[in-house]
Design a protein around this ligand. Structure first.
Ligand code: 2IT
Length: 447
């Protein structure tokens, strides 16, 4: 029985050629839920895995728009509705030039288990486009968003599919998309989350992902008999997730000493706090050069061009940039530096090989689908707020977020313990998320 999952991994490979990111996450999830499959032959009989690795639905569509110079541009839009076992499809929209089905399917598949871990009633999906928002004018972004939604609107709805943001999609883009959705459907409903607070959004949603990551990191450290306060931290990225993480690290007394951008990384041993974090946020909208202007403004910081920050010695590492940021060679660097804790902020920032190497060398890895679930959890709170026709206050949101993150950590820690896997949160998160989805699927028949 040792290789129960291999058959499904082979099936996923055969059916999804040329989509390595999707195969990577299928392999990671299925390998770690092997003991659950062994304990539940009824799941195998019910074809649960064959069904989970096949999205319930995927749409691909043309997105034509006119740029400021009057030229017609055509992009491709997608939405993969992966699983509605636990609720309406829920997950972000990514705009980036490298978007193609392999990336959206990896994100959509991960989203199923992440959303399940939150304990909230949301299924999993993901969408996006190969549109590159960098360097586009505000009017171009608006026209693109309107055209994207003119096709997508027929596939979504407050009880059907509720998109949010992801890379390249923030409050502005969500605002334009919900505006067009409202115009086409005549409904002001909870179909979009991650809206601005002036516009029906949830107070605290913007920082929720980063705050949740730090709460999760605190729980991991506590479990290992350590404290977050006073720890030195290295992150990668400079976007929304990195910013929220930096803010909460400061509030909880940890010391952020490095972050990265497309141009290299910043090492600032005096600590990245206060106005420096605010400046990181300001740089976010500026595109490519993030670290160079930071080092110019704060001369105590060192700018290391063209490098990743994984060679910097610290107590805790939190990759917040994008997928496959930490490969085997970086994992080796981290272990050589004495790394003990790595908490994934971005989705799938660590390759499977790198995770294996880190864990084999005693590093505790906090997987993204647990650590960054605070974002989507608050999206579900936004759905609840919109459905209630009320406005929640920030304090309530923060308190709920903290409780959700503590529970997610507990669920993942309990699941790996139940299967005698030690404190393996990668396996624990996959198992706990999968169990909830599997139990719901078993109630619903073969659909
Ligand atoms: O990866 C993620 O969890 C997100 N981009 C947020 C999804 C959501 O629906 O809030």
């Amino acid at each position: 029985m040792a290789n129960l999952s291999q058959k499904y991994i082979d099936l996923a490979k055969a059916k999804n050629p040329g989509e390595p990111e999707f195969i990577q996450t299928v392999e990671e999830v299925l390998t770690s839920i092997e003991p659950v499959l062994e304990a539940h032959p009824e799941y195998i009989k019910a074809g649960l895995i064959e069904r989970l690795i096949e999205p319930e639905r995927g749409v691909s569509f043309r997105v034509p728009w006119v740029d400021d110079a009057g030229n017609v541009q055509v992009n491709r839009g997608y939405r993969f509705q992966f699983s509605s076992a636990l609720g309406p499809y829920k997950g972000g929209i990514r705009f980036a030039p490298n978007v193609y089905p392999g990336i959206l399917k990896f994100l959509g598949f991960e989203q199923i288990f992440k959303n399940a871990l939150t304990g909230l009633p949301i299924g999993g999906g993901k969408g996006g486009s190969d549109f590159d928002p960098n360097g586009k004018s505000d009017a171009e972004v608006m026209r693109f968003c309107q055209s994207f939604v003119t096709e997508l609107y027929r596939h979504i709805g407050p009880n059907v599919d509720v998109p949010a943001g992801d890379l390249g999609v923030g409050g502005r883009e969500i605002g334009y998309m919900m505006g067009q959705y409202k115009r086409l459907t005549g409904q002001f409903d909870g179909t979009w989350t991650g809206k601005g607070t002036k516009n029906g959004g949830l107070a605290g949603r913007t920082e929720a992902t980063g705050y949740g990551i730090v709460f999760f990191a605190r729980e991991v450290l506590k479990h290992c008999g350590e404290e977050l306060a006073g720890k030195t931290v290295v992150i990668s990225g400079f976007g929304n997730v990195a910013w929220g993480t930096a803010c909460k690290l400061e509030q909880l007394g940890a010391k952020l000493i490095a972050f990265s951008g497309p141009d290299g990384y910043i090492l600032d041993e005096t600590g990245i706090t206060g106005e420096k974090v605010a400046y990181m946020l300001e740089l976010r909208g500026s595109g490519k050069n993030i670290c160079a202007p930071y080092a110019e403004k704060f001369p105590e910081a060192k700018f290391i061009p063209g490098e990743k920050p994984w060679g910097v010695k610290a107590d805790l590492y939190i990759p917040c940039a994008m997928q496959n940021d930490i490969r085997l060679e970086h994992a080796k660097q981290l272990v050589a530096n004495g790394c003990k804790f790595l908490i994934e902020g971005a989705n799938m920032p660590t390759t499977n090989e790198a995770i294996e190497y880190l864990q084999a060398n005693g590093v505790v890895v906090g997987p993204a689908k647990a650590a960054n679930a605070g974002g989507v959890a608050c999206s579900c709170l936004e759905m609840a707020q919109n459905a209630e026709h009320l406005i929640w206050n920030e304090e309530d949101v923060y308190a709920q977020l903290e409780g959700i993150m503590v529970r997610i950590h507990q669920l993942a820690a309990d699941a790996c313990e139940r299967y005698n896997l030690g404190y393996n949160l990668v396996a624990g998160a996959n198992i706990a998320g999968f169990e909830r989805v599997a139990e719901a699927m078993m109630c619903q028949g073969i659909v």
